[in-house]
Design a binder for this molecule. Sequence first.
Ligand code: AMP
Length: 209
Amino acid sequence: MNIILLGAPGSGKGTQAAKLVDYFDLAHIATGDMLRAAVAGQTPLGIEAKKYMDAGDLVPDLVVIGMIGERLAAMGAARGFILDGFPRTAAQAIALDEQLAELQRGLDAAVAIELDPEIIVKRMSSRRFCPLCGRTTTATEGDACATCDGDLVIRDDDKEEVVRNRLTVYAENTAPLIDYYRGKGILRTIKGDQPVDAVYYDLLAAIGQ
Ligand code: AMP
C-alpha cells in the first residue's frame, strides 16, 4: 500500500500517518521530519533548509526532490509507504510520478484531510515539540516530554505569524495538488475536524481498509 497524505500544516497528517504505519508496517516518509533532522545535525542541507523553514516558506523543490528520491530508492520494494508532507508543489508531484515509475511502484490513494484554517491556527499555537526524541505533542502534556523527559518547546515555525504564512503557502502551492490527484482518480477526502480516532476511522475507510 502506497499512500500520500495531503492537508494543510496542522491538519493532523503526522498524527494519522503515525497510526497507519504502526498498524500496517508502512515506511513513514515525512519530509518535515527529515529536514528537521538535517537541521539538528547541521548538515549542509539542514543549514540551507533552516532559513526557509523558520520563515514558514517551502524549501526549494530540487533539495526536497533529491532527498525523497534517495529515500524511496533505498526502500525495500516489498514495503509500502506513506508520504507525509510531500509532495507540496506541482513540480514535486511530477518528480514523484517519475521516481515511482522508475522504481515500478504505483500510488494507491492520495488522502486529503480538510480543516478550517482558523482551527489550524488555534491547534498549532498549542502544539509542542520535543527536540530530543522528535515527538510532536500538545501543551496539555506540560513542560516535559512523556516519552523521553526532554524539554518541550514551541517550534519556531508554529508561531502565529509563521503559521499564517505557512497556510498561505499551502493554499497557493499545495492545495492545487488536490485537483492533480483527483484527475488521476485516486483522491479521497476526509474531515479533519473530529477526534483523532474518528479521523483515523475515516482514513481507513478512505483507503479501503
Ligand atoms: P512539516 O513538518 O511537514 O509541516 O514541514 C515543516 C517545514 O519543512 C515546512 O514549513 C517547509 O519549510 C519544510 N518542508 C517540509 N516538507 C517540504 C516539502 N515537501 N517541500 C518544501 N518544503 C518542505
